[in-house]
Design a protein around this ligand. Structure first.
Ligand code: SF4
Length: 218
């Protein structure tokens, strides 16, 4: 079956191409640091965030520090990423809610996560996967591209990552007990191999099962 072969190939690729060292938050071992990275990563690239994340964490090491941050000062760290007032306010509100309603601890419940300012389905599932080790999927523009190309998925939605059917399909993919590895693997695979422009099909482990490649070759 194509999905099981996809998972097998992806996990093998991840085994040989572990890029965690490029993204320091992956091994930070601190839920706060992981969540901040996920928020900074919205509409920015992972390479851009890597530098700025260190500065952010140094200046605001926990939710209390972030809650009490001066907006002007916070903007100095956010602006190099192209993030402005809206994101600064959102981060401060997020910190306030976590401090006041969750005793400073990130909840491990999806509904509670979705109730947090600035946390949507992708970020909530990222927290559940990367912090709490749930075998759960995440779909962003990059993972959506991989799924669309390999499986030939179609959607009537303008942004397929908002399509519930895609989420349902994606939920079936992460192997038991290895959801975090799977999710890091597909994110890295999307940025290194199945890139938006000029995908590296000639060296891709998915080429034999990929709808897009089959179409290209025919
Ligand atoms: Fe992407 Fe090409 Fe690989 Fe298909 S064969 S998954 S399009 S890189």
């Amino acid at each position: 079956m194509r999905s099981s072969q996809f998972v097998k190939n992806l996990m093998m690729w991840r085994g040989k191409n572990n890029l965690d060292f490029c993204f320091p938050w992956r091994n930070a071992g601190d839920p706060y640091k992981v969540l901040i990275a996920e928020i900074l990563l919205k509409k920015t690239t992972r390479k851009q965030v890597a530098n700025q994340w260190f500065k952010f964490i140094k200046k605001y090491p926990d939710f209390n520090a972030l809650k009490n941050a001066k907006t002007a000062s916070l903007l100095k760290v956010l602006r190099p990423l192209g993030l402005e007032h809206v994101r600064a306010k959102q981060l401060k509100r997020l910190a306030s809610v976590i401090v006041s309603e969750f005793s400073g601890k990130i909840p491990s419940d999806q509904d509670k996560l979705l109730s947090l300012p600035g946390v949507g389905r992708y970020s909530a599932n990222a927290v559940l996967s990367f912090i709490f080790n749930y075998d759960i999927s995440m779909i962003d523009a990059n993972t959506a591209r991989v799924l669309q190309r390999v499986f030939g998925l179609k959607s009537k939605k303008k942004r397929p990552r908002a399509d519930n059917a895609w989420w349902t399909f994606a939920e079936s993919l992460p192997p038991k007990g290895k959801g975090k590895e799977f999710n890091y693997g597909i994110l890295d695979f999307a940025s290194e191999i199945c890139t938006a422009k000029n995908p590296k099909c000639s060296i891709c482990p998915m080429s034999k099962i990929c709808s897009y490649y089959k179409h290209l070759a025919s």
